[in-house]
Design a protein around this ligand. Structure first.
Ligand code: ZN
Length: 226
């Protein structure tokens, strides 16, 4: 999703674009911060687990407030706007995005460091620090957050449990489900996840900056083999 939106993404330069993809992809896991035991609440041990309990209560339960297709992107986006004002809070936000992106893509990353609490903390904070060094003041981060959250809600809307009817659920609890798919099924793991990776790689390649960097390497490889 992050890669597919790259042509319209409010970022410039390959470093910022990689950050955009990582942020959108990672933030797509953020809505599940409403229950203990989700990938996002397990990620940094108590650092993410304790807040997730509070967020769950605030959102009135799992798959309610943080899964509202209107309120959730707006709220998370607004929080990101507030965070982007200071270096340390945008570092936290970006580290969260990278940590989540690493978890989301763990099956294409060699080793298991990114799945351990300490390994993930080190990788994501170091990565966030490096990215912020190269592109200071990421004004696009709130958009990446809102888009990621919306992507997650769209995905959950395709499952049997569905998502709350935006805003109206506050008055009368009601849900919206588009298809009878179950989460965590073979389909999701075998088809959707690899497809997501392929689409991401393809969109990154289509992007001119990346292609300009990759094509000479491909040409060298071709001349070597030929
Ligand atoms: Zn969810």
């Amino acid at each position: 999703m992050g890669a597919a939106t790259l042509p319209w993404a409010p970022v410039e330069g390959p470093v910022a674009q990689v950050a955009w993809i990582a942020a959108v992809g990672g933030m797509a896991m953020l809505p599940d911060l409403d229950h203990n035991g989700s990938t996002v609440s397990d990620m940094w041990g108590p650092v993410t687990d304790v807040p997730s309990g509070a967020i769950g209560r605030l959102a009135q339960g799992h798959r309610w407030g943080t899964h509202d297709a209107v309120l959730a992107p707006v709220t998370f986006g607004a929080l990101a706007v507030a965070a982007a004002n200071a270096f340390w809070s945008s570092l936290l936000l970006l580290a969260l995005a990278i940590g989540l992106a690493l978890r989301a893509l763990h099956f294409v990353i060699p080793g298991r460091a990114e799945n351990t609490v300490i390994g993930n903390l080190v990788l994501s904070w170091a990565g966030a620090w490096l990215l912020l060094e190269h592109s200071p003041g990421p004004a696009w981060l709130p958009w990446a957050v809102a888009l990621g959250v919306l992507t997650h809600i769209a995905g959950d809307a395709l499952t049997t449990q569905g998502v709350p009817v935006p805003v109206l659920w506050l008055l009368r609890r009601s849900r919206l489900a588009l298809t009878p798919l179950r989460t965590g099924t073979a389909l999701e793991k075998v088809v959707l996840a690899p497809a997501f990776v392929l689409v991401t790689l393809w969109c990154v390649y289509l992007n001119t900056d990346v292609r300009a960097a990759v094509d000479p390497v491909l040409q060298d490889l071709r001349s070597l083999s030929g």
